[in-house]
Design a protein around this ligand. Sequence first.
Ligand code: MN
Ligand code: MN
Length: 322
Amino acid sequence: MMWPWRQNQEWVRADNLERRAIGAYLGLAVGDALGATVEFMVPEEIVAKYKVHDSMCGGGWLYLKPGDVTDDTTMALALGEAILAEKGLIVAQTVAQNFDAWMRAKPVDIGDTVRRGIVQFRHKGITEMPYDAWGGGNGACMRTLPVALITYGRADGDMVRASRIQAHVTHHSDQSDAGTECINRMIHLCLDGADKNDLLNNPVSNLITTHPEFRFHRKKPMKNPSAYIVDTLRTVFESFFDTSTFEDCLVDVINRGGDADTTGAIAGSIAGAYYGGPEAIPKKWLGKLNRAIAAQCIQQARDLIRLAEKDTHQIRKETPES
Ligand code: MN
Ligand code: MN
């Protein structure tokens, strides 16, 4: 298969918003594929083996081929498909069905909390996990990008409702909700071309005000972050705010090890949108990304953002100006 964009060069003609959306989706997949190589390693092991891990070389505990992605990307794609099937709405039943189909297709990896949620749906048809104050896994956040794209331009309350519907199929905790909503808000600002102060001053500092545990310390960087949403996002924040290119951000975040495919995926989605689109992603990485996955990411990014623009337009048209 040809590189999807070399075939038709469509992304070159894409407008800024579409490029940023595509950059976010490809950034997610690239971060996932890069991070998977060193997932569950501690930084010292990474140094011993790679010095600096910065190539799309596959391997890792999942024995991946170079450029292959994991659940972080494939769950996002399953969610995006569910949203597109409902013409832009986030319908719990459809989301849960798609997650169930995703699990039946035997993904290379799956989190325990994700599995529990899908099994509950499969056996009881329930699309919302019971509230669990201690259930702070990062699984809802890692796949949130399609929600961020489809709610672009919508009221914050709409985004929050949409975000919780998809999240609660498997993850239902305050920290997961707050962290996931913060990432959606960051993506929205990145799509608008905001700068890092905007990102820091609004979504991130608001998150830290309501949930101080997310405070991050640039001088004492997190190492070996777990799959706990607080560890994950503190790591992502440090790497994103302390670097100034997509490449540096991703190298920084994945070399901390731990849940590196997920920190890589989340950081990659923010950085891909923030730095303006796919041109910001090094070709040495993008060129090795699994091509079928890359094509799906581009297509979904484009479909979701177009639909979001259309819906926003309709809402604006229908709302009388005061
Ligand atoms: Mn994964
Ligand atoms: Mn992971």
